[in-house]
Design a protein around this ligand. Structure first.
Ligand code: IPE
Ligand code: MG
Length: 194
């Protein structure tokens, strides 16, 4: 994934590659980093491999990025993994991605737990299937106490969906008459990630 080489380049530029200097200067490391997964299909096509191989390679690269981010001292890492538009992909690919997410949770959560990383899933989760939702809930509960790094995985996310959901939540929490002159001040109040 191009992202990994970019991250590596940043690490070299900062002089924070483990082989050179194990401790990144704290001030040079962003507290929060967000990543949009992309390029899996192109990676596979270039190698004449099936798309599923690209997604698996992307997942492997992501695992290295998560570890590197934790080592560098990033506090919050957000990974945009499956958008509301991604449901429009061929059914085989969507099914394969759902299997992959489920396998990743099984395989990676024990390590994340050992590494002090808490995992939270954000987005319109209710549309995911029940078995995956159960795994998500279990993974979140298992790692909730950790604070070395917080890993947010965005599933079924979308810019429009977020605005609509935030507006709905605002009205649900503050009441239908709440949007008034104080709206801006209230809207900046922290909202929970789910
Ligand atoms: C991102 O890679 C993976 C997901 C959306 C899950 P893409 O599948 O979008 O890769 P390209 O853009 O086709 O190369
Ligand atoms: Mg893409």
């Amino acid at each position: 994934m191009a992202l990994l080489s970019r991250l590596r380049a940043v690490r070299i530029a900062l002089g924070t590659r483990p082989s050179r200097r194990p401790e990144a200067p704290r001030s040079a490391v962003p507290e929060s980093v967000a990543i949009i997964m992309d390029g899996n299909g192109r990676w596979a096509r270039r190698r004449r491999l099936p798309t599923s191989a690209g997604h698996r390679a992307g997942a492997k690269a992501l695992r290295r990025v998560v570890r590197a981010a934790g080592d560098m001292g990033v506090r919050d890492l957000t990974v945009f993994s499956f958008s509301t538009e991604n449901w429009n992909r061929p059914q085989d690919e969507v099914d394969d991605l759902m299997v992959l997410f489920s396998e990743l949770i099984d395989r990676e959560v024990p390590d994340l737990d050992d590494e002090g990383v808490s995992i939270r899933f954000i987005g319109r989760l209710a549309q995911l299937d029940d078995a995956l939702l159960a795994k998500i809930a279990e993974a979140e509960a298992r790692t909730a106490r950790h604070d070395r790094m917080r890993l947010f995985i965005a599933m079924n996310y979308g810019g429009r969906a977020e605005i609509v959901d935030a507006a709905r939540r605002f009205v649900a929490e503050a009441g239908p008459d709440a949007p008034d002159e104080e709206f801006g001040r209230m809207a900046r109040a922290p909202m929970c990630a789910h």
